[in-house]
Each structure stands twice: as structure tokens, then as C-alpha cells.
Write a protein that binds this ligand. Structure first.
Ligand code: TXA
Ligand code: MG
Length: 321
């Protein structure tokens, strides 16, 4: 039996299957099966009132999950699906409450990854899938990351290689009037504005309480993380030397000095490349046994919005166990 058929059989039997998407790996369950969805919350340690995104094979299945679908939803789906955009719409009445966290809305997206699409087409339904990490921790961008945290809690992990986008989808709320971005991602304000004719508002984390990814302490390594301007990195290094501590540094440039106490990773200088590698770097640096992780603060421009959002939350939530 092919691995894909095994995955479909397990999902139909109410088991959890982790699968790759272009953004991060998802922890999937049959979204119509409340018992199966319940296993996601147990495996992640996620509070039950945090809603899940339902992944569908194509936009024609939108109407099986949502009602009162505005015309812009169809335009956005045509422009960006399959792709890293989640649309929040009014939910259909028969969606299990656990999927929506008891809210009257539902998050839907068509992921752009050949394995995810093949799985969804064979399953021919909706898969509820949060990022396949323990609650509050860093999202996984490889199958090995999923196995590190969830191997004993998931029936099967499909390996689709490293994720190409690397950070979670943009979440756009279309359920209550003018479109609002609840979570920034690879599809930015300008790309959305080109399709809907005006720039969507971007809600700050505090204003978007129903998005668990918007909690201040999220996407966080266990090692305390701080952001520093590039020209302040030598001070962080000197401080670590004086304190005789190990320090982990993620920067877009090579180190000025090398020392066994410095774990230095070079990140891409472009926002797309930086996002793709970010979570793998944070995991590695978190495992390096350092007193601190220092990340060179990226530019504050629109292109870097989603990366800066994740880094800010990682800094806010880091060091918590
Ligand atoms: O890229 C992604 O979106 C990945 C991949 C696997 O698709 N999934 C992901 O899921 O990041 P998760 O559960 O880690 O984050 C989904 C976010 C949560 O913050 C949740 O609160 C929000 O989507 N969300 C889901 N349904 C919602 C709704 N009806 N209203 C507001 N926020 C919602
Ligand atoms: Mg998540």
C-alpha cells in the first residue's frame, strides 16, 4: 500500500497524520470528525478554545464549510490558492464546534504543496491542521522537527522535505466587514490590495485575541531571545566573553571573531530566504545550550513585516518552559 493511501486510511479512521505544506508542517485530522479533532488538542497541549484552520483541496469546496461568502473571497482564492493565505469566513452550521473554537467563523485554506494537495484530493474533504508543534513552541519546517516533538502522538508523518515559505500563512478575516489581516505572512498587504482594490487593515496581536499565533508569547524558543541592531552584535559577543557564557547569534553577516563560546549562524539577507530558514535556525540555536539567542534585527519595512512579527513574539515568549 502506498504511504499516501495509508495516510488517507488513518485519517478516515480518525487518526492524526502530520503532513508538509509550503508554510510549515501541519498536524492533520478529519475536520468532520470531532473525536479526531480532539486528538489534535491533546497532542499539541493546545487550549480547546483556539480554532483550527481547515485545509481543503480546492476553492470549490468553500461552500461546504462557509456561508455568506463575499465575492472578494472568490477573487482572493483565485489569485492566491493554492498558497499561504487563510481566509476567515462565516462558518456553516454543521462544522464541529471544536474546529472553530465555538466561534461563528472558520479559517480555510488550500495549501501549495504537492503532498498536501495529493493527500487532500485523495481524502476528498477537509483536514483540520494546526502547525505540528507543541502549543506555543516553534512551528516545524521539516519532518524531523515534527518527529522531535510529536512522534509518539501521531500515527504517521509524511515527509515532504523542508518547507519553502517557512512561516505560517497570512490570516485574512473577511467575516466582519472590511478585510483585516489577523496574522501577517508571505502574502502581504500590497499583494492583497492589488486583488481587493484597497489595503486591508493589519490588526496588532492584542487586537486579535482569537488567533493563538497572535499571543505575545508564541513561536518561542526556550533560550531567552533578544533582537539587536547589527552594529550592536559585537557588544553582545563581548558581554558573553566577559560573563564566560555561550551565546547563539543569528545574523546576516559573518562573525568578526570566532570563539568556541559563540555559535554563529548566517541568515539570508532577503526576507523570503530569511523566513524560509528562520524556524530551523531558531531550533538549532535553542538546542546549542547557550545562555542567550541574539538575532540581528531585520529592516522595519513592509517586506519584513511577517518575519518581524514572529521575531517579536519569539522574543516576548522566550525563556519560558
Ligand atoms: O500556515 C499555516 O497556516 C499552518 C499550516 C499547517 O497550514 N497552520 C497554522 O495553524 O499555522 P495554527 O493552528 O498553528 O494557527 C492557525 C491560526 C491560529 O492562530 C488560530 O487562532 C487562527 O489561525 N484561526 C483559526 N480559525 C480562526 C477563526 N475562525 N478566527 C480567527 N482565527 C482563527
Ligand atoms: Mg501554530
Amino acid at each position: 500500500m502506498s504511504e499516501l493511501q495509508r495516510a488517507v486510511d488513518l485519517l478516515r479512521a480518525g487518526e492524526l497524520v502530520a503532513f508538509p505544506t509550503e508554510t510549515v508542517y501541519g498536524l492533520g485530522a478529519d475536520a468532520r470528525n470531532a473525536d479526531a479533532v480532539g486528538k489534535i488538542f491533546a497532542a499539541k497541549g493546545r487550549p480547546a478554545d483556539h480554532p483550527l484552520i481547515v485545509h481543503i483541496p480546492d476553492a470549490t469546496q468553500l461552500s461546504q464549510w462557509a456561508i455568506d461568502i463575499p465575492a472578494v473571497a472568490h477573487s482572493l482564492a483565485a489569485a492566491f490558492w493554492p498558497g499561504p493565505l487563510t481566509l476567515i469566513l462565516k462558518r456553516a452550521a454543521d462544522v464541529p464546534d471544536l474546529v472553530t473554537g465555538g466561534q461563528d467563523t472558520i479559517g480555510l485554506r488550500v495549501p501549495n504543496h504537492p503532498i498536501a494537495l495529493e493527500l487532500l484530493r485523495h481524502f476528498n474533504g477537509g483536514l483540520a491542521a494546526p502547525s505540528a508543534n507543541r502549543f506555543g513552541h516553534i512551528s516545524p519546517t521539516t519532518a524531523a522537527h515534527v518527529a522531535e516533538e510529536l512522534s509518539d502522538r501521531v500515527a504517521l508523518i509524511l515527509d515532504g522535505g523542508p518547507c519553502t515559505v517557512g512561516i505560517e500563512s497570512t490570516i485574512l478575516d473577511l467575516s466582519r466587514g472590511p478585510p483585516e489581516i489577523l496574522r501577517p505572512g508571505a502574502i502581504g498587504v500590497e499583494a492583497i490590495a492589488r486583488v481587493i482594490g484597497s489595503a486591508p487593515r493589519v490588526l496588532s496581536g492584542a487586537a486579535a485575541p482569537r488567533v493563538s499565533g497572535s499571543l505575545e508569547a508564541h513561536y518561542a524558543p526556550r533560550t531567552p531571545l533578544k533582537l539587536l541592531a547589527g552594529d550592536a552584535l559585537p557588544f553582545a559577543v563581548r558581554h558573553a566573553m566577559v560573563a564566560n557564557e555561550r551565546v547563539a547569534i543569528l545574523a546576516c553577516m559573518p562573525p568578526a571573531i570566532t570563539d568556541e563560546r559563540i555559535v554563529w549562524r548566517i541568515a539570508p539577507t532577503d526576507a523570503v530566504g530569511f523566513a524560509r530558514e528562520l524556524y530551523a535556525h531558531l531550533r538549532d540555536l535553542d538546542a546549542a545550550g547557550c545562555a542567550h539567542i541574539v538575532v540581528q534585527r531585520p529592516p522595519g519595512t513592509e517586506l519584513w513585516r511577517a518575519v518581524n512579527d514572529r521575531l517579536r513574539r519569539a522574543a516576548a515568549g522566550s525563556g519560558q518552559t
